[in-house]
Design a protein around this ligand. Structure first.
Ligand SMILES: *Cc1c(COP(=O)(O)O)cnc(C)c1O
Length: 404
């Protein structure tokens, strides 16, 4: 039975263990070896002449088209993304988003970008794409009427992200994708938060699913990578453009990403349960105005998350009841088990002070309804520590918030 036969019927853990492990790539060992290669050697000149003509996945040619370590990772990600024909790897998540945009858009086109997208994604729109004569239009993904009204005859692509960066609201992804398809625009989802395990993007009507593998798939805060998975036609375009741009990832990093992938479901399960426990605890605290965690009943977007998603992760935010930015920063500084830093999806917990108002054109912050003084937020990325220990740490740091 091939991996692909198994991939549609078996449970997630079973599929993750076998994904991408082709005999011709692994040989007798369990993990695909690290194939460090620029030159691929040919038997003779006739085989050499054949090379450029047969530009197919899994064929030796030259290092820029990868070798078995990268192919194994691509294939594994494709097997985990129902409806995908293939997956292109990029040297970072941002490179994946830029690579996808440079595939879909040309001067004169319009791209709609979710106003709560990851800030570097917004910058791709305002910087790179604007410089190329492509117009980015930002929209509130919770206002479907306003979104629909932004389409014009030049709209070629829609860039979505859920939950929203920092503010964590969930939008109606199937509906936004359906509207895009009706207007002949390609829908692209940054699916880093849920991953293909938690949201089946292509099955829900999204055309291209992007992940920052830097986060959950890598899982150990030691590599940068991105991916884009799509059905046959768009995958062909993405692959061609990536080759034109010279996009290639290191085989060492691909091997690390594959190693991370094998435990993805277990890490997500632990993080989701721990995050929910911590979110519930925070929601009962008088210091906290609002917990922004899609998995938490009553939180913004919870109903859509329950309807459309199959899982969550450890990343969520909360907003203090009143207080100052200095008090919020005292809280973050007082945490002992949380590192202070960007990124997430690693095995270690992180905390970040957040000011979403700086990254929005259309959406309001603080999130309604509430007191305008409840605006100082923190984003937590819950790792693999024990949830009760993390709660005790947060509890002692709340004393620092209240003092002063
Ligand atoms: C981190 C992140 C990215 C970018 O990934 P990098 O590998 O850091 O470039 C894109 N989207 C989301 C939602 C992210 O969190």
């Amino acid at each position: 039975m091939s991996n692909t036969d198994k991939s549609r019927t078996a449970a997630t853990g079973t599929r993750i263990v076998s994904a991408g492990r082709r005999k011709e790539w692994t040989g007798p060992v369990v993990n695909p070896p690290v194939w460090r290669a620029s030159t691929h050697l040919y038997e003779n000149t006739a085989a050499l002449a054949e090379g450029p003509r047969r530009n197919e996945d899994g064929r030796f040619f030259y290092g820029r088209r990868g070798a078995p370590t990268q192919w194994a990772l691509s294939q594994a990600l494709t097997e985990l993304e129902a409806g995908a024909e293939g997956t292109v790897l990029y040297p970072s998540g941002v490179a994946a988003i830029a690579g996808v945009m440079l595939t879909l858009l040309k001067p004169g086109d319009v791209v709609l970008i979710s106003d709560n997208a990851y800030d570097p994604t917004r910058t791709i729109g305002k910087g790179l794409l604007s410089d190329l004569g492509i117009e980015p239009r930002f929209f509130d993904p919770l206002d479907i009427g306003a979104y629909e009204a932004l389409f014009c005859e030049h709209t070629r692509a829609v860039l979505l992200e859920a939950p929203g960066s920092l503010s964590m609201e969930i939008c109606d992804l199937p509906e936004l994708a359906r509207i895009a398809r009706g207007r002949d625009a390609v829908s692209v989802l940054d699916n880093t938060w849920a991953s293909s395990l938690g949201f089946r993007a292509l099955e829900q009507g999204i055309d291209i699913s992007v992940m920052a593998l830097t986060k959950h798939v890598g899982g150990h805060s030691d590599l940068m990578m991105g991916s884009a998975s799509a059905g046959p036609e768009l995958y062909g375009h993405l692959r061609q453009r990536a080759q034109q741009l010279g996009t290639v990832v290191s085989p060492d990093d691909a091997a690390l990403a594959l190693r991370g992938l094998r435990t993805l479901h277990l890490r997500l399960q632990h993080e989701t349960e721990a995050a929910l426990q911590i979110a519930q605890w925070l929601s009962r605290r008088t210091e906290v105005a609002q917990v922004l965690c899609p998995m938490l009943p009553g939180a913004p977007g919870h109903d859509l998350w329950k309807r459309d998603f199959m899982g969550g992760c450890g990343l969520f935010s909360f907003v203090f009841k009143g207080g100052t930015a200095a008090a919020r920063n005292r809280f973050v500084d007082a945490l002992k088990l949380f590192g202070i830093g960007y990124s997430w999806g690693g095995y270690e917990s992180l905390a970040l002070p957040i000011e979403p108002a700086n990254y929005r054109n259309r959406m309001a912050w603080p999130p309604a309804p509430g007191d305008a003084r409840d605006r100082h937020g923190v984003r937590l990325a819950i790792g693999l520590e024990d949830a009760n220990d993390l709660i005790a740490d947060i509890e002692q740091a709340l004393i620092a918030w209240a003092a002063g």
